[in-house]
Design a protein around this ligand. Structure first.
Ligand code: NIG
Ligand code: FE
Length: 414
């Protein structure tokens, strides 16, 4: 057993977990003073005030590490990224700032299809290297569980290439990677209609991805000009029958039915949810589907922010993520997303902390092992400089001291 000691304050989030991540209050962070963590086989064997550490456990301690009087909290969980892509869309960003809309750019063959062309051309090795660098950048900000979507291959061969890269990365990285198949991101030029393409995905790709165990989850972009809510309904049902967990890009640019389709399909999450109104908020609040908010994408798109306050106050479970992708959210900044949530969506600090830890764990179906610190859960935690009230406060400062994942230190600030 390994003992981590000298923790000035340990935020376990135990009470937030007991509430299923809904309506988190300050006290739900469950702080413990002068705390310690005991790790056995990558899992938490014990945590609490050091003076309460049971004698029989003390005797089994074989190594110790001091956390130097720092504040410790669960590792951050990033539940929505498109980290696997080649190329850049910097020029498109400039033309959007000059007035071109996202949908116009997409309709003219740019946008997702422009990244598709770059990603199809890239070799497996090149994609592996690019994505590994991005994973490292996430880890150096405290991310210990990371979701990555495909969705820039959009052909049998190119999607399989991306899924294999993700699978290699999942094996070679210490942090937990969740692979999401987003074949239904946009219709590639090879198919006449979105329905034809979805037919191909349903009959060929989903069974193949399942059989070869190349992804845990399936995602679809429900939006005018992409896929409709009724198409999503049968696609998500096909995915569910094969045993995939599901998630939806929902109601981002227009109210197009994605959120209700996600809830009806029993999806783990509905993401973006900018355009939602009363019925969608009520549906989310009374379901187990987590609302994933992506405020960095909203600011890059210069659109509205989702109704975070209404969602949380209604009892919906809310998570935050970067949506890192080359088109609508070319940033990996965990801090900035949390700060935007406070500034633009009026989320409290406690809500932001839960939205970066426990609630994204729910969105990935990992709430039993990730997102809070409790006996039996994975030993994924971070230590920070200064007090936790200073998190998501200043942008560009470096509050992260160390990242520990499964009892191994993955990052240490200079
Ligand atoms: O989450 N909305 C669809 N997918 C991404 C954008 C992908 C892209 O533009 O490349 C998103 O915003
Ligand atoms: Fe996205």
């Amino acid at each position: 057993l390994k003992l981590y000691r000298d923790i000035s304050t340990l935020l376990t989030l135990a009470q937030a977990a007991a509430k299923g991540g809904r309506s988190p209050q300050l006290e739900d962070l469950s702080p413990i003073s002068k705390a310690a963590i005991v790790v056995h086989n990558k899992k938490i064997a014990w945590c609490g005030p050091l003076r309460h550490l049971p004698r029989p456990l003390w005797q089994k301690i074989r190594s110790e590490q001091s956390l130097q009087g720092r504040v410790v909290l669960p590792g951050f969980v990033e539940c929505h990224t498109h980290s696997l892509f080649a190329g850049s869309r910097a020029e498109e960003f400039e033309s959007r700032l000059r007035g071109a809309s996202y949908r116009e750019i997409a309709a003219a063959g740019g946008g997702i299809l422009s990244t598709m062309r770059a990603t199809r051309k890239a070799s497996r090795g090149a994609l592996l290297r690019l994505t590994q660098q991005r994973i490292d950048r996430f880890v150096s900000q405290g991310i210990t569980t990371l979701e990555v979507k495909t969705g820039y291959g959009l052909s049998r061969e190119a999607e399989l290439k991306c899924l294999r890269v993700l699978t290699d990365l999942k094996k070679s990285n210490r942090i937990h990677l969740v692979r999401t198949f987003l074949g239904a991101h946009a219709k590639p030029p090879e198919y006449p209609t979105p329905a034809d393409y979805l037919q191909f995905l349903t009959t060929e790709m989903l069974p193949l991805v399942r059989k070869r165990q190349l992804a845990e989850r399936v995602d679809i972009f429900v939006e005018n000009g992409f896929f409709s809510a009724s198409e999503a309904a049968w696609y998500l049902e096909a995915a569910r029958q094969l045993g995939f967990a599901t998630t939806v890009h929902a109601d981002q640019i227009s109210l197009s039915g994605g959120t209700l389709a996600a809830v009806q399909a029993g999806a783990l999450s509905a993401d973006h949810v900018i355009q939602i109104r009363g019925p969608e908020i009520a549906a989310l609040a009374s379901s187990d589907t987590t609302a994933v908010l992506l405020p960095a994408a909203d600011i890059y798109m210069q659109c509205e922010f989702p109704p975070a306050r209404a969602l949380i106050d209604a009892g919906a479970r809310v998570a935050l993520a970067t949506d890192f992708n080359p088109g609508t959210s070319p940033t990996q900044s965990v801090d900035w997303v949390g700060l935007l949530a406070r500034l633009e969506m009026k989320m409290s600090l406690a809500e932001v902390l839960v939205a970066w830890t426990l609630n994204p764990a729910y969105a990935l179906g990992l709430e039993k092992v990730k997102g809070s610190l409790a006996v039996g859960k994975d030993a994924d935690f971070i230590s920070i400089f200064g007090d936790w009230q200073e998190l998501f406060y200043s942008v560009g400062s470096h509050s992260l001291a160390e990242v520990h994942c499964g009892g191994k230190r993955l990052f240490k600030a200079e």
